[in-house]
Design a protein around this ligand. Sequence first.
Ligand SMILES: [Fe+2]
Length: 234
Amino acid sequence: MAELAGYRRCYPGTQPAHLHPLYVSSVKRAPSEALVHLPHTISEVTGPCISSSRVDVKAFDLTRQHHGEPLGERIVVSGRVLDENGRPVPHALLEIWQANAAGRYLHKVDQHNAPLDPNFTGSGHTLTDGDGRYRFVTIRPGEYPWRNHYNAWRPAHIHFSLFGPAFATRLITQMYFPGDPLIPFDPIFNCTADEKARNRLISQFDWESTQPEHCLGYKFDIILSGRLATPWEK
Ligand SMILES: [Fe+2]
């Protein structure tokens, strides 16, 4: 049987450490034994075939999922999904979830004392087009407190989940906003030792997708494997 070409592994330091004691939850989650290196087999280099059928506008426009408009600052988040060689990944499934403008998730576990928004659910999905491009319309999420340490606050962020062409290219990560003063203090952001790698999690303000009198645009390109891979959320 011919040898399968696997995906290139990530460079050391460019992905979050399993154990990062300042991120308190990582202490219990981190493996206590050395990891076993498994070769990529057909199970890893193949994956779900996502249909190229159209996605309903309500799925990628989170401001149109209810009768009224959600509170907060309307934004467009767009970019490209690329493989380890910089080639676009078409028909990749992206799913996002986020807090509302007040920093509250619509989830029973989230008991933060901030209001829910009846016009905002905070989740959506879309597919990349033939050039690997995607686009979401949403509102800028609020920062929220968490109990990792005294006076801990998460920077504003949007959670992303991607299915690339194979299970080896599966990615769950978070996108941050440029200039957020909380980023340097965030233990989750700081889990990735390599500064350039973790800075790839910060989106860029984008005039091209900013619309006059309507919304600001942010660009967030995602690389699914290899030397410049976007870091995982551990
Ligand atoms: Fe979050």
